[in-house]
Design a protein around this ligand. Structure first.
Ligand code: HEC
Ligand code: HEC
Ligand code: HEC
Ligand code: HEC
Length: 156
């Protein structure tokens, strides 16, 4: 069912891309902005549901919120680097104004997804590598020194 719908979407996108190719340059992935994980759900329901249900990332704001009363504002901002989506990069600002980015969402691994979510074009979304993980799962943070997360764990 999902496959079927994806293929339909893809067909439309291919047709549309063809129609626009003459006039509009393809937007580069790097110029995309953040949209939040909920925007991925309509087309990737399976990944979305598994992620929300099983990944601790989907609840990573809670880890920060629990400890927040004991932290200085500066310490709290330090947490955002790894516990929210796109802090300082056009994503998370604060919980009141950008609640959709207040967890470690799809786009922390796949990169900003607005252009891809608009077009459904797979060329406009990133695929993570170990380097992506190490931005947050670095030696100073992980409990056992030298821990390397498996690329496919902790996602969906
Ligand atoms: C309008 C529908 C649509 C939305 C919204 C959407 N996608 Fe996709 N996505 C697709 C289609 C179509 C494909 C290609 C076929 C497939 O893999 O199902 C795809 C493929 C992908 C791929 C694989 C790319 C590759 O190189 O194979 C990733 C990763 C992805 N999407 C992530 C996301 C994320 C993250 C979001 C939310 C920010 C998102 N998508 C939102 C339609 C969508
Ligand atoms: C933006 C920062 C960030 C990136 C990038 C990141 N992680 Fe995480 N990850 C976290 C945080 C934060 C937690 C802990 C969430 C909590 O418990 O509050 C976590 C938890 C996990 C866990 C614990 C188990 C679970 O269910 O979530 C695994 C496994 C994991 N990540 C794997 C990965 C892998 C593999 C990659 C790369 C493909 C990756 N992570 C990229 C921040 C990140
Ligand atoms: C450099 C990235 C990074 C920063 C900065 C960071 N965290 Fe984390 N945090 C992680 C990762 C990765 C995990 C999951 C793996 C682990 O347990 O080591 C995690 C896990 C946690 C957990 C869950 C631990 C458990 O036992 O399940 C809490 C709570 C937490 N962080 C709070 C915070 C707070 C509060 C801050 C700010 C003072 C902060 N973190 C800053 C990366 C980070
Ligand atoms: C912890 C990092 C991480 C997070 C968070 C994450 N993904 Fe992925 N995703 C991956 C990895 C790793 C792959 C496999 C890439 C490869 O095969 O090269 C992948 C692949 C995909 C694919 C391609 C099809 C597949 O399953 O292999 C889609 C679609 C996708 N992700 C969507 C999402 C959506 C939607 C979310 C949020 C609900 C999300 N991802 C969150 C790491 C992540």
């Amino acid at each position: 069912m999902i496959r079927f719908r994806s293929i339909n979407v893809l067909c439309c996108v291919v047709a549309l891309a063809g129609a626009l190719a003459a006039t509009t340059p393809t937007p580069a992935r790097a110029t995309s902005s953040y949209v939040g994980s909920a925007a991925c759900q309509p087309c990737h329901a399976g990944e979305y549901e598994k992620f929300q249900k099983h990944s601790k990332k989907a609840k990573s704001w809670k880890s920060v919120a629990t400890m927040a009363p004991k932290l200085t504002p500066e310490e709290l901002r330090g947490c955002y680097e790894c516990h929210v989506t796109g802090y300082g990069k056009g994503g998370f600002v604060d919980h009141a104004t950008t609640p959709q980015f207040a967890d470690v969402g799809c786009e922390t691994c796949h990169g900003p997804g607005a252009a891809h979510a608009d077009a459904g074009d797979p060329a406009l979304i990133g695929k993570p590598t170990m380097t992506t993980c190490e931005g947050c799962h670095n030696a100073s943070r992980v409990r056992s020194f030298g821990f390397k997360p498996l690329l496919h764990s902790g996602a969906h």
